[in-house]
Ligand binder design. Structure first.
Ligand code: ATP
Length: 368
């Protein structure tokens, strides 16, 4: 069992009906959310949806207007930021430029007045954990960006917080280093067993590192689930659209047992989907299907859903190609194929007439 599936497990963090207002503006709207010990939890959502505000309330830089936040069962409202078992790592890292890597990591421990041997032992442990032992004597400007990121992480973990908040922790790194560092971050999180809450604009990053993701919109949590559930079984069009690429076909539902028929455009065949939900007759219904679940072919295939169209654009991504196909009514659809062999001149190209096909279980049916 994952902790969030285990009814006996107590959450480490609980938001209970939390609202945060700035003047009349509601930044967080009656939000409830549980985060468990040892989770790597990601907050994902568009700019201004309230991610940073949630982090700042956890760290103690902001207080909720209504509602409570519990850490290990205790209301954190009366606890000042420096007394919370919470640490925040900023994108800028905020390392002290005049201090060595060693002294940067030791800084918080010294301020707490720990004894010298205990500090030294802890700093050495953190250096090993983040593979920085060789760089202990250097100053921040004498190490690489990726190494600076690890110093910031080592310093944030030195005091063994219960919760580490990471605000765009890899934002300053280039794409390749960012990917490697994601795996390192996951490894360090697992080794220390600290709960990590990360805010990132990069949805792929959230999907890579997180045990669970909360997709937010305008101060609310729309869906909380594992990355694969968010991707495969989004609950709303907003979530489907926010994570990855998706085709949405909107129409009117008519249901027969677990099959739903969607009538959606003049002259287009209806879409057939499968669902456990119930749609009332003529209810608005969306069929959401990922491009990689749509097959593309120059010959008419046999499938529950077949649509004819014309290729108007191809994005070649090396391992994948994405085809943009225009249907006769003007609807644009995307189909993605894996390039497992060398492409040849006989392959599908611009202006080709093609058939798109997919099974009734390849997409999800959504009410809104
Ligand atoms: P981004 O991804 O751009 O960092 P975010 O999801 O982290 O966005 P927040 O910084 O939490 O968003 O802000 C949420 C909303 O609250 C925004 O509309 C912002 O303008 C507003 N807000 C945040 N702090 C304040 C403040 N101190 N005074 C007034 N409004 C604020």
């Amino acid at each position: 069992f994952a902790p969030w599936e285990d009814a006996t497990e107590k959450p480490l963090i609980q938001f209970k009906g939390v609202t945060k207002k700035f003047g009349d503006f509601v930044a967080i709207d009656n939000l409830s959310l549980d985060i468990y010990q040892k989770e790597f939890f990601a907050l994902l959502g568009p700019s201004g949806c309230g991610k940073t505000t949630m982090m700042r309330m956890l760290a103690g830089f902001e207080a909720p207007t209504h509602g409570t936040i519990l850490l290990a069962g205790q209301d954190i409202a009366p606890v000042p930021p420096n007394k919370r078992a919470v640490n925040m790592m900023f994108q800028s890292y905020a390392l002290f430029p005049h201090l060595s890597v060693w002294d940067n990591i030791a800084f918080g421990l010294r301020r707490e007045g720990q004894d010298k041997d205990a500090i030294a032992a802890r700093v050495e442990e953190m250096l090993r954990l983040t593979r920085l032992s060789k760089f202990a004597k250097r100053k921040p400007h004498q190490i690489s960006g990726g190494q600076r990121q690890r110093v910031a992480l080592a310093r944030s973990l030195a005091k063994a917080p219960k919760l580490l908040l990471l605000d765009e922790p890899l934002g300053a790194l280039d794409a390749k280093l960012r990917q490697d560092t994601q795996f390192e971050l996951m490894d360090i999180q697992e080794k220390t067993g600290t709960t990590f809450v990360i805010v990132t604009h990069d949805q792929e990053e959230a999907m890579t590192v997180a045990s669970r993701v909360a997709v937010m919109d305008e101060g609310r949590v729309i869906q909380v689930a594992t990355p694969s559930v968010i991707y495969e079984a989004p609950e709303t069009v907003y979530v489907a659209d926010f994570i990855g690429d998706v085709n949405i076909i909107q129409g009117r539902a008519s249901q027969d047992a677990d099959k739903v028929r969607i009538d959606w455009a003049e002259g287009q065949p209806p879409i057939i989907g499968t669902t456990q939900k119930t749609f009332s007759p003529s209810q608005t219904c969306h069929f959401a299907i990922r491009p990689e679940k749509v097959a593309i072919s120059t010959e008419q295939p046999e499938a529950p859903n077949v649509l004819q169209g014309r290729v108007i654009d191809i994005a070649y991504l090396g391992n994948l190609s994405t085809y943009h196909v225009e249907l006769p009514d003007g609807t644009m659809m995307k189909a993605q194929t894996a390039n497992t062999r060398r492409l040849s001149r006989r392959d599908i190209t611009w202006e080709d007439n093609v058939w798109l096909s997919f099974t009734d279980t390849a997409g999800v049916l959504l009410e809104r």
